[in-house]
Design a protein. Structure first.
Length: 156
């Protein structure tokens, strides 16, 4: 940068700093950090949504009562683990116990999800209202098709 026709050096310094900040792609450092943090939070949101929502996590095939009870129990234990972790940050012994509690809950959650995957596997849904080519049917089922659909649904 050239500052020959400037009245003071202060304006020249401001112009030089603006040039340095925008030299790499037109963004200053705070904008780059901000977009990086937004991307991190978005990735955490997307991954957390799959874990916390019982319609997407491995509990999705369990009955509603089982999903509710398991979610409440896991939430209570997670609250207890974070309470132990955050409640005693003044001494190292309790802090270590808090870390152990949080790590234990990670493994308890993982093992409960594994158990739900084994206990309630995904059932293949019969295509009741679809043609063999997977196109939607625009007509009512005949009596024979209805009986076949009922037999497929009942597992006979």
């Amino acid at each position: 940068m050239n500052c020959k026709n400037r009245l003071t050096n202060e304006n020249c310094d401001l112009e030089n700093t603006a040039y340095k900040n925008t030299a790499a792609g037109g963004h200053n450092e705070s904008e780059i950090i901000m977009w990086g943090l937004i991307k991190i939070f978005w990735a955490l949101y997307k991954s957390g949504r799959g874990i916390l929502n019982p319609n997407y996590n491995p509990m999705r095939h369990a009955p509603a009562e089982v999903k509710f009870l398991a979610t409440v129990i896991l939430a209570c234990f997670w609250c207890l683990a974070f309470g132990i972790f955050a409640g005693e940050l003044l001494t190292i012994g309790y802090n270590m116990i808090g870390h152990i509690a949080v790590l234990a809950m990670v493994f308890v959650t993982w093992s409960s999800f594994q158990w739900f995957r084994k206990k309630y596997p995904a059932l293949p849904t019969p295509p009741l209202m679809r043609d063999p080519g997977r196109a939607q049917r625009d007509y009512e089922l005949t009596d024979q098709e209805r009986e076949q659909a009922v037999q497929r649904t009942n597992g006979a």
